[in-house]
Design a protein around this ligand. Sequence first.
Ligand SMILES: Nc1nc2c(ncn2[C@@H]2O[C@H](COP(=O)(O)OP(=O)(O)OP(=O)(O)O)[C@@H](O)[C@H]2O)c(=O)[nH]1
Ligand SMILES: [Mg+2]
Length: 432
Amino acid sequence: MQDTIVALSTARGRAAISVIRMSGSQAVQIAQKFFYPFPSQPNLLKVGTLKTEYFDEHAMCVYFAAPHSYTGEDTVEFHCHGGTAVAQAVIEKCLSCGARMAENGEFSKRAFINGKQNLTNAEGIIEMIDAETASAAKAGANLLENKLGKQIVDLQDKLLDIVSACEVALDYPEEDIELPTVDTAKSQLKEVGDALGALIATSALGKVARYGIDVAIVGKPNVGKSSLLNALLGTDRAIVSDVQGTTRDTLSESVNYRDIRFNFVDTAGLRDSSDKIEMEGVKRAKRAADSADVVLHVTDDPDDRSVYPTIRPQIRIYNKKDLFDKEPCCVDSLAVSAKYGSVDIIKETLYDMFSAGDIETSDLLITNERHLDCLKRAKQQLSEAISACGATTLDVVTNATKQAWETLGEITGTSTNEDIINRIYSKFCLGK
Ligand SMILES: Nc1nc2c(ncn2[C@@H]2O[C@H](COP(=O)(O)OP(=O)(O)OP(=O)(O)O)[C@@H](O)[C@H]2O)c(=O)[nH]1
Ligand SMILES: [Mg+2]
Protein backbone atom coordinates (compact mmCIF):
# COMPACT_ATOMS: atom_id res chain seq x y z
CA MET A 1 0.00 0.00 0.00
CA GLN A 2 1.29 3.46 -0.96
CA ASP A 3 1.81 5.93 1.88
CA THR A 4 -0.67 8.76 2.08
CA ILE A 5 1.22 11.99 1.54
CA VAL A 6 0.41 15.56 2.51
CA ALA A 7 1.78 19.01 1.66
CA LEU A 8 0.88 22.65 1.33
CA SER A 9 0.14 23.22 -2.38
CA THR A 10 -0.13 26.99 -2.37
CA ALA A 11 2.77 29.36 -1.67
CA ARG A 12 4.06 29.66 1.88
CA GLY A 13 3.45 32.83 3.87
CA ARG A 14 0.78 35.49 4.21
CA ALA A 15 -2.06 34.96 1.73
CA ALA A 16 -5.86 34.85 1.49
CA ILE A 17 -6.15 31.07 1.37
CA SER A 18 -3.95 27.99 1.68
CA VAL A 19 -4.65 24.70 -0.08
CA ILE A 20 -3.38 21.59 1.67
CA ARG A 21 -3.41 18.45 -0.41
CA MET A 22 -3.38 14.83 0.75
CA SER A 23 -3.12 11.84 -1.59
CA GLY A 24 -3.11 8.06 -1.08
CA SER A 25 -5.37 5.15 -0.23
CA GLN A 26 -5.98 6.47 3.32
CA ALA A 27 -6.60 10.10 2.39
CA VAL A 28 -10.38 10.01 2.83
CA GLN A 29 -10.29 7.99 6.09
CA ILE A 30 -7.70 10.37 7.57
CA ALA A 31 -9.65 13.49 6.57
CA GLN A 32 -12.89 12.08 7.99
CA LYS A 33 -11.26 11.96 11.42
CA PHE A 34 -11.13 15.75 11.74
CA PHE A 35 -13.27 17.41 9.07
CA TYR A 36 -17.04 17.59 9.67
CA PRO A 37 -19.32 17.22 7.81
CA PHE A 38 -17.18 15.38 5.29
CA PRO A 39 -18.44 15.82 1.67
CA SER A 40 -20.97 13.10 0.82
CA GLN A 41 -19.66 12.71 -2.73
CA PRO A 42 -16.46 13.38 -4.70
CA ASN A 43 -15.74 16.66 -6.56
CA LEU A 44 -17.98 18.64 -4.18
CA LEU A 45 -16.45 21.51 -2.24
CA LYS A 46 -18.03 21.43 1.22
CA VAL A 47 -17.86 24.03 4.00
CA GLY A 48 -17.23 22.60 7.44
CA THR A 49 -15.12 22.50 10.57
CA LEU A 50 -11.56 21.27 10.58
CA LYS A 51 -10.45 20.33 14.11
CA THR A 52 -6.72 20.89 14.62
CA GLU A 53 -4.86 20.30 17.90
CA TYR A 54 -4.96 24.01 18.62
CA PHE A 55 -8.15 25.49 17.16
CA ASP A 56 -11.20 24.79 15.02
CA GLU A 57 -10.75 26.09 11.49
CA HIS A 58 -13.73 27.11 9.37
CA ALA A 59 -12.60 25.59 6.07
CA MET A 60 -13.68 23.88 2.87
CA CYS A 61 -12.94 20.34 1.81
CA VAL A 62 -13.20 18.43 -1.47
CA TYR A 63 -12.19 14.89 -2.33
CA PHE A 64 -11.45 13.25 -5.65
CA ALA A 65 -11.91 9.51 -5.92
CA ALA A 66 -9.26 7.36 -7.62
CA PRO A 67 -8.56 7.26 -10.50
CA HIS A 68 -10.24 10.62 -11.26
CA SER A 69 -7.73 12.86 -9.55
CA TYR A 70 -4.45 14.57 -10.42
CA THR A 71 -2.40 11.77 -8.88
CA GLY A 72 -4.77 8.96 -9.89
CA GLU A 73 -5.20 8.13 -6.17
CA ASP A 74 -7.85 9.18 -3.64
CA THR A 75 -7.06 12.82 -2.98
CA VAL A 76 -8.39 15.30 -0.42
CA GLU A 77 -7.90 19.06 -0.51
CA PHE A 78 -8.51 21.47 2.35
CA HIS A 79 -9.02 25.12 1.45
CA CYS A 80 -8.19 27.01 4.65
CA HIS A 81 -7.45 30.53 5.77
CA GLY A 82 -4.03 31.65 4.60
CA GLY A 83 -0.88 32.12 6.64
CA THR A 84 1.82 29.88 7.97
CA ALA A 85 0.28 28.87 11.30
CA VAL A 86 -3.06 27.62 9.95
CA ALA A 87 -1.40 25.55 7.22
CA GLN A 88 1.08 24.15 9.72
CA ALA A 89 -1.67 23.11 12.16
CA VAL A 90 -3.67 21.36 9.41
CA ILE A 91 -0.60 19.53 8.12
CA GLU A 92 0.30 18.46 11.67
CA LYS A 93 -3.22 17.07 12.08
CA CYS A 94 -2.90 15.04 8.87
CA LEU A 95 0.48 13.72 9.99
CA SER A 96 -0.78 12.71 13.42
CA CYS A 97 -3.66 10.81 11.79
CA GLY A 98 -1.41 8.73 9.56
CA ALA A 99 -0.20 10.75 6.58
CA ARG A 100 3.44 11.55 5.94
CA MET A 101 5.06 14.66 4.49
CA ALA A 102 5.31 14.57 0.69
CA GLU A 103 8.64 15.01 -1.04
CA ASN A 104 9.16 17.63 -3.75
CA GLY A 105 7.13 16.68 -6.81
CA GLU A 106 5.79 13.50 -5.22
CA PHE A 107 2.16 14.21 -6.21
CA SER A 108 3.23 14.60 -9.83
CA LYS A 109 5.49 11.57 -9.68
CA ARG A 110 2.52 9.50 -8.53
CA ALA A 111 0.51 10.94 -11.43
CA PHE A 112 3.26 9.67 -13.75
CA ILE A 113 3.39 6.23 -12.10
CA ASN A 114 -0.41 5.95 -12.35
CA GLY A 115 -0.33 6.85 -16.05
CA LYS A 116 -2.00 10.24 -15.54
CA GLN A 117 0.84 12.13 -17.19
CA ASN A 118 4.01 11.44 -19.14
CA LEU A 119 7.40 13.02 -18.57
CA THR A 120 6.88 15.82 -21.09
CA ASN A 121 3.63 16.78 -19.32
CA ALA A 122 5.55 16.98 -16.05
CA GLU A 123 8.30 19.05 -17.62
CA GLY A 124 5.61 21.31 -19.09
CA ILE A 125 4.27 21.92 -15.59
CA ILE A 126 7.75 22.86 -14.37
CA GLU A 127 8.22 25.24 -17.31
CA MET A 128 4.88 26.88 -16.60
CA ILE A 129 5.65 27.36 -12.92
CA ASP A 130 9.06 28.83 -13.79
CA ALA A 131 7.81 30.99 -16.68
CA GLU A 132 8.61 34.71 -16.49
CA THR A 133 6.95 35.61 -19.80
CA ALA A 134 3.79 34.50 -21.57
CA SER A 135 5.90 32.90 -24.35
CA ALA A 136 7.66 30.71 -21.80
CA ALA A 137 4.31 29.81 -20.22
CA LYS A 138 2.88 28.95 -23.65
CA ALA A 139 5.80 26.62 -24.38
CA GLY A 140 5.12 24.90 -21.04
CA ALA A 141 1.39 24.71 -21.77
CA ASN A 142 2.11 23.00 -25.11
CA LEU A 143 4.10 20.32 -23.32
CA LEU A 144 1.39 19.95 -20.73
CA GLU A 145 -1.18 19.53 -23.49
CA ASN A 146 1.00 16.72 -24.81
CA LYS A 147 1.68 18.27 -28.21
CA LEU A 148 5.25 16.98 -28.23
CA GLY A 149 4.23 13.67 -26.63
CA LYS A 150 1.72 13.01 -29.44
CA GLN A 151 4.23 13.75 -32.18
CA ILE A 152 6.78 11.48 -30.55
CA VAL A 153 4.30 8.61 -30.29
CA ASP A 154 3.39 9.07 -34.00
CA LEU A 155 7.04 8.95 -35.01
CA GLN A 156 7.62 5.91 -32.79
CA ASP A 157 4.68 4.16 -34.48
CA LYS A 158 6.23 4.78 -37.88
CA LEU A 159 9.53 3.32 -36.68
CA LEU A 160 7.74 0.30 -35.28
CA ASP A 161 6.06 -0.29 -38.65
CA ILE A 162 9.46 -0.26 -40.32
CA VAL A 163 10.92 -2.61 -37.71
CA SER A 164 8.08 -5.10 -37.98
CA ALA A 165 8.22 -5.11 -41.78
CA CYS A 166 11.95 -5.77 -41.64
CA GLU A 167 11.50 -8.50 -39.04
CA VAL A 168 8.96 -10.32 -41.21
CA ALA A 169 11.53 -10.27 -44.00
CA LEU A 170 14.18 -11.60 -41.63
CA ASP A 171 11.99 -14.34 -40.15
CA TYR A 172 10.64 -15.66 -43.42
CA PRO A 173 13.45 -15.23 -45.90
CA GLU A 174 12.23 -18.06 -48.14
CA GLU A 175 8.52 -17.25 -48.04
CA ASP A 176 6.99 -15.67 -51.03
CA ILE A 177 5.40 -12.78 -49.19
CA GLU A 178 5.66 -9.18 -50.11
CA LEU A 179 8.88 -8.01 -48.58
CA PRO A 180 9.74 -4.43 -47.85
CA THR A 181 12.39 -3.34 -50.23
CA VAL A 182 15.43 -1.74 -48.70
CA ASP A 183 14.53 1.38 -50.63
CA THR A 184 11.12 1.62 -48.98
CA ALA A 185 12.64 1.22 -45.53
CA LYS A 186 15.24 3.81 -46.38
CA SER A 187 12.75 6.43 -47.53
CA GLN A 188 10.49 5.80 -44.52
CA LEU A 189 13.46 6.16 -42.17
CA LYS A 190 14.42 9.38 -43.92
CA GLU A 191 10.93 10.73 -43.44
CA VAL A 192 11.12 10.19 -39.67
CA GLY A 193 14.68 11.59 -39.63
CA ASP A 194 13.45 14.75 -41.38
CA ALA A 195 10.62 15.14 -38.88
CA LEU A 196 13.19 14.91 -36.05
CA GLY A 197 15.36 17.45 -37.86
CA ALA A 198 12.42 19.85 -38.08
CA LEU A 199 11.79 19.52 -34.34
CA ILE A 200 15.48 20.03 -33.55
CA ALA A 201 15.48 23.17 -35.73
CA THR A 202 12.86 24.80 -33.46
CA SER A 203 15.16 24.62 -30.44
CA ALA A 204 16.91 27.95 -31.14
CA LEU A 205 13.58 29.77 -31.01
CA GLY A 206 12.56 27.53 -28.11
CA LYS A 207 15.54 28.78 -26.12
CA VAL A 208 14.50 32.39 -26.79
CA ALA A 209 10.92 31.62 -25.69
CA ARG A 210 11.99 29.88 -22.49
CA TYR A 211 15.09 31.75 -21.34
CA GLY A 212 15.10 34.96 -23.39
CA ILE A 213 18.09 36.56 -25.09
CA ASP A 214 21.43 37.05 -23.28
CA VAL A 215 22.92 40.39 -24.28
CA ALA A 216 26.40 41.57 -23.20
CA ILE A 217 27.16 45.30 -23.28
CA VAL A 218 30.89 45.88 -23.91
CA GLY A 219 33.15 48.71 -24.98
CA LYS A 220 35.84 51.14 -23.79
CA PRO A 221 35.46 52.96 -20.47
CA ASN A 222 33.07 55.91 -20.32
CA VAL A 223 31.30 55.26 -23.64
CA GLY A 224 28.02 54.97 -21.71
CA LYS A 225 27.53 51.20 -21.22
CA SER A 226 25.99 51.56 -17.78
CA SER A 227 23.86 54.47 -18.97
CA LEU A 228 22.67 52.22 -21.77
CA LEU A 229 21.84 49.40 -19.36
CA ASN A 230 19.79 51.80 -17.24
CA ALA A 231 17.99 53.13 -20.32
CA LEU A 232 17.25 49.61 -21.58
CA LEU A 233 15.87 48.60 -18.18
CA GLY A 234 14.08 51.86 -17.58
CA THR A 235 15.51 51.99 -14.05
CA ASP A 236 18.53 53.52 -12.39
CA ARG A 237 20.25 50.16 -11.83
CA ALA A 238 23.98 50.76 -12.47
CA ILE A 239 26.25 53.52 -11.20
CA VAL A 240 27.03 56.06 -13.92
CA SER A 241 29.83 58.63 -13.66
CA ASP A 242 32.28 60.53 -15.83
CA VAL A 243 35.15 58.68 -14.12
CA GLN A 244 36.69 56.04 -16.40
CA GLY A 245 36.45 52.55 -14.93
CA THR A 246 33.29 53.13 -12.88
CA THR A 247 31.91 49.63 -13.49
CA ARG A 248 34.23 46.92 -12.25
CA ASP A 249 32.17 43.78 -11.94
CA THR A 250 29.60 42.43 -14.37
CA LEU A 251 26.03 43.42 -13.54
CA SER A 252 23.11 41.33 -14.83
CA GLU A 253 19.49 42.37 -15.00
CA SER A 254 16.49 41.21 -17.02
CA VAL A 255 13.55 43.04 -18.52
CA ASN A 256 10.57 41.87 -20.58
CA TYR A 257 9.98 43.55 -23.92
CA ARG A 258 7.11 42.50 -26.21
CA ASP A 259 6.85 39.29 -24.23
CA ILE A 260 10.51 38.35 -24.59
CA ARG A 261 12.94 38.31 -21.73
CA PHE A 262 16.13 40.26 -22.35
CA ASN A 263 18.95 39.36 -19.97
CA PHE A 264 21.42 42.26 -20.12
CA VAL A 265 24.94 42.22 -18.67
CA ASP A 266 26.74 45.50 -18.14
CA THR A 267 30.51 45.07 -18.01
CA ALA A 268 33.72 46.87 -17.05
CA GLY A 269 35.23 49.18 -19.68
CA LEU A 270 37.84 47.43 -21.81
CA ARG A 271 41.34 48.87 -21.34
CA ASP A 272 44.77 47.94 -20.04
CA SER A 273 45.34 48.88 -16.45
CA SER A 274 47.79 48.18 -13.65
CA ASP A 275 44.86 47.85 -11.27
CA LYS A 276 44.41 44.17 -10.38
CA ILE A 277 40.69 44.51 -9.68
CA GLU A 278 39.99 46.40 -12.87
CA MET A 279 41.81 43.75 -14.92
CA GLU A 280 39.69 41.05 -13.29
CA GLY A 281 36.65 43.09 -14.34
CA VAL A 282 37.93 43.20 -17.94
CA LYS A 283 38.42 39.43 -17.88
CA ARG A 284 34.83 39.00 -16.70
CA ALA A 285 33.60 41.36 -19.39
CA LYS A 286 35.21 39.19 -22.06
CA ARG A 287 33.75 36.06 -20.50
CA ALA A 288 30.27 37.64 -20.48
CA ALA A 289 30.63 38.55 -24.16
CA ASP A 290 31.77 35.05 -25.07
CA SER A 291 28.78 33.41 -23.41
CA ALA A 292 26.14 35.89 -24.59
CA ASP A 293 23.76 35.32 -27.50
CA VAL A 294 24.67 38.73 -28.85
CA VAL A 295 27.12 41.51 -28.01
CA LEU A 296 26.33 45.22 -28.02
CA HIS A 297 29.66 46.86 -28.84
CA VAL A 298 29.31 50.42 -27.58
CA THR A 299 31.38 53.38 -28.74
CA ASP A 300 30.97 57.17 -28.41
CA ASP A 301 33.16 58.05 -31.40
CA PRO A 302 31.28 58.48 -34.71
CA ASP A 303 34.50 57.62 -36.61
CA ASP A 304 35.00 54.31 -34.78
CA ARG A 305 34.94 51.33 -37.17
CA SER A 306 36.46 48.81 -34.76
CA VAL A 307 34.95 45.37 -34.32
CA TYR A 308 34.83 43.60 -30.98
CA PRO A 309 36.83 40.34 -31.23
CA THR A 310 34.23 37.61 -30.67
CA ILE A 311 32.61 34.77 -32.55
CA ARG A 312 29.25 35.91 -31.17
CA PRO A 313 27.03 38.10 -33.31
CA GLN A 314 27.48 41.78 -32.49
CA ILE A 315 25.78 45.10 -33.07
CA ARG A 316 27.79 48.31 -32.98
CA ILE A 317 26.07 51.01 -30.95
CA TYR A 318 27.07 54.63 -31.40
CA ASN A 319 26.08 56.21 -28.09
CA LYS A 320 25.92 59.92 -27.19
CA LYS A 321 24.59 60.85 -30.62
CA ASP A 322 23.39 64.11 -29.05
CA LEU A 323 27.06 65.16 -29.08
CA PHE A 324 27.80 64.14 -32.70
CA ASP A 325 28.23 66.81 -35.37
CA LYS A 326 28.07 64.21 -38.19
CA GLU A 327 26.52 60.85 -39.01
CA PRO A 328 28.38 57.80 -37.65
CA CYS A 329 30.66 56.22 -40.23
CA CYS A 330 29.12 52.73 -40.30
CA VAL A 331 25.55 52.50 -41.51
CA ASP A 332 24.84 48.95 -40.36
CA SER A 333 24.94 50.17 -36.76
CA LEU A 334 22.57 51.87 -34.37
CA ALA A 335 22.98 55.40 -33.05
CA VAL A 336 21.32 56.30 -29.76
CA SER A 337 21.57 58.64 -26.84
CA ALA A 338 21.33 56.61 -23.66
CA LYS A 339 21.16 59.77 -21.61
CA TYR A 340 18.68 61.85 -23.59
CA GLY A 341 16.85 59.62 -26.07
CA SER A 342 14.94 56.37 -26.50
CA VAL A 343 16.84 53.10 -26.87
CA ASP A 344 13.86 50.99 -27.96
CA ILE A 345 15.43 50.63 -31.39
CA ILE A 346 18.02 48.33 -29.79
CA LYS A 347 15.39 46.05 -28.29
CA GLU A 348 13.44 46.12 -31.54
CA THR A 349 16.54 45.15 -33.54
CA LEU A 350 17.35 42.30 -31.14
CA TYR A 351 13.74 41.13 -31.27
CA ASP A 352 13.88 40.90 -35.08
CA MET A 353 17.38 39.44 -35.11
CA PHE A 354 16.21 36.44 -33.08
CA SER A 355 12.88 36.14 -34.97
CA ALA A 356 11.10 36.45 -31.66
CA GLY A 357 7.88 37.38 -33.47
CA ASP A 358 7.69 33.79 -34.78
CA ILE A 359 7.18 32.45 -31.27
CA GLU A 360 3.57 33.57 -31.20
CA THR A 361 2.67 31.81 -34.45
CA SER A 362 4.71 28.67 -33.85
CA ASP A 363 2.82 25.60 -32.78
CA LEU A 364 5.46 23.61 -31.00
CA LEU A 365 8.97 24.59 -29.92
CA ILE A 366 11.62 22.43 -28.31
CA THR A 367 12.41 24.27 -25.08
CA ASN A 368 13.91 21.50 -23.00
CA GLU A 369 17.57 20.41 -23.21
CA ARG A 370 16.73 16.83 -22.30
CA HIS A 371 14.25 16.57 -25.17
CA LEU A 372 16.76 18.13 -27.55
CA ASP A 373 19.43 15.66 -26.51
CA CYS A 374 17.07 12.69 -27.07
CA LEU A 375 16.00 14.04 -30.47
CA LYS A 376 19.60 14.49 -31.59
CA ARG A 377 20.58 11.01 -30.45
CA ALA A 378 17.54 9.45 -32.14
CA LYS A 379 18.35 11.33 -35.35
CA GLN A 380 21.92 10.04 -35.23
CA GLN A 381 20.69 6.48 -34.72
CA LEU A 382 18.35 6.87 -37.68
CA SER A 383 21.24 8.15 -39.81
CA GLU A 384 23.10 4.96 -38.90
CA ALA A 385 20.06 2.90 -39.86
CA ILE A 386 19.77 4.77 -43.16
CA SER A 387 23.41 4.27 -44.08
CA ALA A 388 23.10 0.57 -43.17
CA CYS A 389 20.29 0.19 -45.72
CA GLY A 390 21.68 -1.82 -48.61
CA ALA A 391 25.22 -1.62 -47.26
CA THR A 392 24.88 -4.37 -44.68
CA THR A 393 22.35 -6.91 -43.41
CA LEU A 394 18.77 -6.01 -42.56
CA ASP A 395 19.22 -6.81 -38.86
CA VAL A 396 21.70 -3.94 -38.53
CA VAL A 397 19.02 -1.61 -39.90
CA THR A 398 16.44 -3.10 -37.53
CA ASN A 399 18.68 -2.71 -34.48
CA ALA A 400 19.55 0.91 -35.17
CA THR A 401 15.86 1.67 -35.78
CA LYS A 402 14.89 -0.02 -32.51
CA GLN A 403 17.50 2.06 -30.70
CA ALA A 404 16.04 5.25 -32.16
CA TRP A 405 12.58 4.08 -31.05
CA GLU A 406 13.90 3.58 -27.49
CA THR A 407 15.61 6.95 -27.46
CA LEU A 408 12.38 8.68 -28.47
CA GLY A 409 10.65 6.81 -25.65
CA GLU A 410 12.97 8.56 -23.19
CA ILE A 411 11.24 11.84 -24.08
CA THR A 412 7.81 10.72 -22.91
CA GLY A 413 9.17 8.40 -20.23
CA THR A 414 8.27 4.98 -21.62
CA SER A 415 11.95 4.02 -21.71
CA THR A 416 13.47 6.40 -19.20
CA ASN A 417 15.53 5.13 -16.32
CA GLU A 418 14.52 5.71 -12.72
CA ASP A 419 17.30 8.26 -12.01
CA ILE A 420 16.13 10.60 -14.74
CA ILE A 421 12.52 10.31 -13.60
CA ASN A 422 13.55 11.12 -10.03
CA ARG A 423 15.66 14.04 -11.18
CA ILE A 424 12.76 15.55 -13.15
CA TYR A 425 10.28 15.28 -10.28
CA SER A 426 12.73 16.61 -7.70
CA LYS A 427 12.69 19.93 -9.61
CA PHE A 428 9.06 20.44 -8.60
CA CYS A 429 8.22 22.49 -5.59
CA LEU A 430 6.78 20.82 -2.53
CA GLY A 431 3.05 20.18 -2.84
CA LYS A 432 3.09 19.78 -6.64
N1 LIG B 1 25.89 63.49 -23.63
C1 LIG B 1 25.75 62.23 -23.31
N2 LIG B 1 26.41 61.73 -22.26
C2 LIG B 1 26.24 60.43 -21.96
C3 LIG B 1 25.38 59.60 -22.69
N3 LIG B 1 25.43 58.35 -22.15
C4 LIG B 1 26.28 58.42 -21.12
N4 LIG B 1 26.78 59.66 -20.98
C5 LIG B 1 27.73 60.12 -19.97
O1 LIG B 1 28.96 59.45 -20.16
C6 LIG B 1 29.62 59.26 -18.90
C7 LIG B 1 29.97 57.77 -18.73
O2 LIG B 1 28.78 57.02 -18.64
P1 LIG B 1 28.76 55.53 -18.05
O3 LIG B 1 27.41 55.01 -18.37
O4 LIG B 1 29.19 55.50 -16.64
O5 LIG B 1 29.85 54.88 -18.98
P2 LIG B 1 30.45 53.38 -18.92
O6 LIG B 1 30.72 52.97 -20.31
O7 LIG B 1 29.55 52.50 -18.11
O8 LIG B 1 31.79 53.62 -18.17
P3 LIG B 1 32.70 52.57 -17.34
O9 LIG B 1 31.81 51.85 -16.38
O10 LIG B 1 33.67 53.44 -16.66
O11 LIG B 1 33.33 51.67 -18.33
C8 LIG B 1 28.64 59.74 -17.84
O12 LIG B 1 29.00 61.02 -17.44
C9 LIG B 1 27.31 59.76 -18.56
O13 LIG B 1 26.40 60.71 -18.04
C10 LIG B 1 24.67 60.17 -23.80
O14 LIG B 1 23.89 59.52 -24.50
N5 LIG B 1 24.89 61.47 -24.05
MG1 LIG C 1 29.86 51.42 -16.45
